[in-house]
Design a protein around this ligand. Sequence first.
Ligand SMILES: Nc1ncnc2c1ncn2[C@@H]1O[C@H](COP(=O)(O)OP(=O)(O)OP(=O)(O)O)[C@@H](O)[C@H]1O
Ligand SMILES: [Mg+2]
Length: 451
Amino acid sequence: MTWFMVALVVVVAAAGLLRWRRPAWYWLTFGASLAMLRVLVRYGSVMDACGLTVPPSRWRLAVARATNRPVPGPRAPRILRIRPTRTGLVLRLGLRPGQDAFDVAASCDRLRHSFAMYGVTSRELRSGVVEVRMTGYDVLKRVQMPASTDAGPMRVPVALREDGSVHYRDYRAVPHALTLGATESGKSVYQRNLVAGLAPLDVALVGIDCKQGVELFPLARRFSALADNPDAAADLLDALVAHMEDVYQLIRAEQRITADVPDAEIAADIWSLPAKLRPVPVVVLVDEVAELALYASKEEEKRRDRIITALARLAQLGRAAGIYLEICGQRFGSELGKGITMLRAQLTGRTAHRVNDESSANMAFGDIAPDAVLAAIQIPTDMPGVAITGDSTGGWARIRAPHTSLRQAVNTCNRHANRTPDLPALAPFRPVLGIPAPADAPAVESIPATA
Ligand SMILES: Nc1ncnc2c1ncn2[C@@H]1O[C@H](COP(=O)(O)OP(=O)(O)OP(=O)(O)O)[C@@H](O)[C@H]1O
Ligand SMILES: [Mg+2]
């Protein structure tokens, strides 16, 4: 008996310790089964208390009366499936007549408290069926991506969503995207994750990093072209426009439509070309975009107009030529001059990290999901990397990318350096590899060493 008591105390202590220090491991060992038991045992009473039951139907009452049985009680939505996942539980509910998906969505917070879960969200799968996703712990506190994901040819897992599912950046569904956020909010880490995710794919990476290249140049071995100042960026973007025109010429040459060509084989973008002819898709990553739109002299104004025009052309026409834009910046609004709002309207995918004011959040979501604006302002400063992501369907979710260090990203890029394609149009911008020669005298002073 004493041995049994000792073992029990050890197990309870281990569970408590895990729950405190390693919630993900706790969930996998104890949490999932306990939560499942809790949901199944309390289900009826919780649904009743949350107002998610309907009175018994007339025929049930009639049958009860006819057979002299007790009057049946109210009925909760049917559990069609309950499935534990790596981070929580997924419940599929069949609604009763008279209920709608909004009833469940409106009760999510009550369900969260009643089932003692960390988060509960719901969505309609089809008419009459609602999926309730519950998370057992704060999955965004320490992001761990699942080992196997549903990645595709131009689809990379980039972050974890609040409900425990993986957030993908799917370039074929959403060709261009804008990422905003105040300084130190996690934009560059998000972009670094994207580069690490794209590195193993057959894609050319092009980078424009006006912070003198500190974020993207360490990853240079996987980049086909890089620019670290607005002058180089202007030439690089012009070269990309020329590349896009070459790709369109290729598609035109391949179309050769005759009466016997089946509809499915008429090419209108690079993906409908035969694989052996298909040009490699290009992802253009721009960090600190506002630097490209600022000017102090007439000369710089001309350069700025050239850059914004080239970006707008790539955003309007690039998708079918397999050119995708990924733009990051602290703000991207009309105060940066003409052409900015037109360019922004082409960037379908929107992600906002922590922002300091409503107008910055409005630049990301004001025109697509107004309630996401509030969520973006509420991101706390001690959670860098947490972001709100939305798309033109009006939906949005809270996400956080894993904390990939620059060293990890460099290793990934170096491992896949042999995949870096050579694009002839971009050859002058191919980064020069090797250790840069040290400056004769340091241009900045170091902090004096303390004894
Ligand atoms: N997903 C994350 N998880 C944990 N920490 C993060 C995450 N993203 C960013 N951070 C932390 O926040 C710091 C700042 O991130 P980052 O450099 O990406 O910010 P930024 O938005 O690019 O800032 P700036 O506008 O000044 O370039 C990082 O050094 C890192 O410590
Ligand atoms: Mg940055």
